[in-house]
Design a protein around this ligand. Structure first.
Ligand code: ADP
Ligand code: MG
Length: 460
């Protein structure tokens, strides 16, 4: 008898790295408790079929169709995708359970089904459940085809005649030829590769829903990122009404796009007016807050930075930045101490970006530093003031990209006074009539302009 030999391997559910044995911490990604034992499927058994050989071709002979994009029915989503859905691409929508992935995909599927053939393969919920959701969302779902199936080959077989396929979720589907369980790293990877080959060969656009997991019992969407054309993540706290849809990878557009969505009883809706989402009404009343015009892809959003200082009670002072990189915050504190004579060593420092947004660009440095300085001096900064600029280790303010756009968009939202890098002044000349634009070269210069000379006896 030809007995199939099975062995096991140890895989990280977070990053997919294989290790020789069980370990408490993945040596590749550094996450704890993510390594799990999986059945190793012999290579002859995997779904990988021998690829047909493609001979090389001259680049000038390659014909390419013009990239036509399809509207998803949700303009905010189209924006995050880089201007619409690219036909026969593979898109992953990841996020925590319950954040609204199935909701947004149902809305998109219904909208697309008005013009195209759409198959919604629901591996998690029954057709009745999906129907219930559709009636709650008040969408026209008459032509949407539903399939309640977990076996991927049957889904693919059925999807051959469709323009769009939605797989909800990748952790719930499995391939019969692999003997590991649904949701394991091997299954999830192999299912995604199979869907990729299907999308390209059958010219079907495939959306994959993936849960972000914390325990590591099922594989997270991170292990799939390299296979996908586009990866979008839904972010936000469960209690917040606003969710952010962020592109982390996009072969057909910018990977810095962010869309803001509002969760309502009847679905998720794109938010067009960002005013008041990442800023508070009462800003300017208390010391320690300042707004920065933050760029995400093509959008400019005013984001309020709030800071709080309190006396350290014992030992090590706390440093707690939320929505801002920990090391960046520490770097700015060191610069303020050394170049603007503000000692923080006996103070706990809290810094947050409002509304749960993450700020990654160094252009926010100046606003963070000035907000900290405002806290330190206990002098509030007026609510209609904005600041942007990168700060170097010597305290100099460096120019940033798209300064003109930042100022122009913020002026529209009612901001009047701007602290900007002197290097950017050239491009801002024509906006001088609309706002009070103050060029600064050094962090201490900006602090002096706002709060006056340093009176700290320690540095006198
Ligand atoms: N009848 C309802 N009324 C209002 N909200 C609901 C209703 N049913 C579900 N929701 C909410 O919709 C949100 C999104 O759910 P869903 O799209 O299924 O999430 P996911 O697919 O990301 O796990 C959930 O937070 C849930 O609480
Ligand atoms: Mg769901």
């Amino acid at each position: 008898m030809n007995k199939i030999k099975t062995s096991t391997k140890f895989v990280c559910a977070e990053c997919g790295a294989i290790s020789p044995g069980w370990m408490g911490r993945c040596p590749n990604c550094g996450k704890f408790n993510t390594i799990i034992e999986e059945i190793d499927t012999p290579t002859t058994q995997t779904a990988t079929t021998k690829a047909t050989r493609n001979p090389p071709v001259r680049l000038s002979d390659v014909s390419h169709e013009k990239l036509t994009r399809i509207n998803s029915g949700i303009p905010e989503l189209d924006g995050v995708l880089g201007g619409g859905i690219v036909p026969s691409s593979l898109v992953l929508i990841g996020g925590d359970p319950g954040i609204g992935k199935s909701t947004i995909m149902t809305q998109v599927a219904c909208s697309l089904s008005q013009k195209y053939k759409v198959l919604y393969a629901s591996a998690e919920e029954s057709c009745a459940q999906v129907k219930m959701r559709c009636s709650r969302l008040a969408v026209n779902a008459d032509d949407l085809m539903l399939m309640n199936e977990t076996e991927l080959d049957s889904i693919i077989e059925e999807a051959k005649n469709y323009d769009f396929l939605i797989v909800d979720s990748i952790q719930a589907v499995y391939l019969e030829e692999m003997n590991s369980s649904a949701g394991s790293v091997g299954q999830v990877k192999e299912c995604a590769s199979k869907l990729m080959r299907f999308a390209k060969s059958n010219k079907t656009t495939v959306f994959i829903v993936g849960h972000v997991t914390k325990e590591g019992a099922i594989a997270g969407p991170k292990v799939l990122e390299h296979i996908m054309d586009t990866v979008l993540y839904f972010e936000g706290q469960p209690q917040d009404n606003y969710k952010l849809l962020r592109a982390v990878k996009n072969r057909f557009g910018s990977a810095q796009e962010v869309g803001v969505f509002e969760m309502r009883e009847n679905g998720v809706f794109g938010v067009k007016d960002y005013n008041g989402i990442f800023t508070s009404e009462e800003r300017g009343a208390e010391a320690g807050s300042l707004v920065t015009p933050s760029l995400s892809g093509n959008r400019c959003m005013p984001v309020e930075i709030q800071t709080l200082l309190s006396k350290t009670v014992f030992g090590m002072p706390r440093r707690m930045p939320l929505g801002i990189d920990y090391n960046r915050a520490n770097l700015l504190l060191a610069i303020l101490e050394k170049r603007a004579y503000m000692p923080f060593y006996s103070l706990d420092v809290y810094v947050t970006a409002m509304g749960g947004i993450k700020i990654t660009e160094p252009a926010a440095d100046l606003a963070i530093a000035l907000a900290l300085a405002s806290s330190f001096r206990n002098v509030p900064i007026e609510g209609n003031v904005c600041a942007f600029g990168e700060i170097g280790l010597t305290g100099e303010i460096r120019g940033v990209t798209q300064a003109e756009k930042r100022v122009a968009e913020s002026v529209k939202l009612g901001f009047k006074k701007f602290f900007v890098p002197a290097q950017n002044m050239k491009s801002l000349e024509k906006l001088k009539s609309k706002a009070d634009i103050i060029p600064v070269k050094h962090i201490y210069q900006a602090i002096k302009l706002l709060f006056g000379e340093n009176k700290n006896p320690e540095y006198a």
